[in-house]
Design a protein around this ligand. Structure first.
Ligand SMILES: [Zn+2]
Ligand SMILES: [Zn+2]
Length: 165
């Protein structure tokens, strides 16, 4: 009675294994392509490709990272490179900002790093301190009442409570 069902189980495991192999090969390929793209991007911006810079930049890849403090970047980059030091992360973030790949923003008490380097504004939640991108209409037409000022950049920060708080 047990033998046939054991046989079936064995088959299921085999086909699952095949799927695992297929999946891990796919992941390898995607990882390799992502790594090459990261290396090319760093070089384009005049930065030598090092495992440290690659691990730090990969935290921001895909655009879903949002606005991260250096400590948060350190925590996430250590998943790829556990020996990464805090000093290396601070230096690399400075280099990425100087190269135009990241912008540094004033959070509350700490700088936050944003991979969205296009001009945009932010909403800062007073409760969780998170920054959100906002794209308000009309802000670009704000003007200074007095003459003699040369405006080089307009940064608008909205403050309040986010939907999660
Ligand atoms: Zn919040
Ligand atoms: Zn932003």
């Amino acid at each position: 009675m047990f033998l046939p069902s054991l046989g079936r189980l064995e088959q299921t495991r085999l086909s699952l294994n095949k799927e695992d192999v297929y999946l891990s090969r796919y992941t390898d390929r995607v990882t390799r392509e992502t790594r090459e793209a990261t290396a090319a991007l760093l070089r384009e911006h005049g930065l030598r490709v090092t495992p440290q810079r690659r691990a730090i930049w990969s935290v921001f890849e895909g655009g879903a990272a949002g606005h991260l403090s250096a400590d948060e970047v350190l925590r996430r980059a250590r998943r790829e490179l556990p020996e990464l030091s805090r000093a290396t992360v601070y230096n690399a973030l400075g280099e990425l900002v100087a190269a135009g790949l990241l912008q540094a923003l004033d959070g509350r008490g700490s700088q936050l790093y944003d991979a969205n380097v296009a001009s945009h504004h932010h909403f800062r939640c007073r409760s969780c301190k998170r920054l959100y991108d906002v794209h308000p209409a009309g802000v670009e037409r704000l003007q200074l009442g007095e003459s003699g000022f040369r405006v080089e950049e307009t940064r608008v920060v909205f403050e309040g409570t986010c939907p999660e708080c």
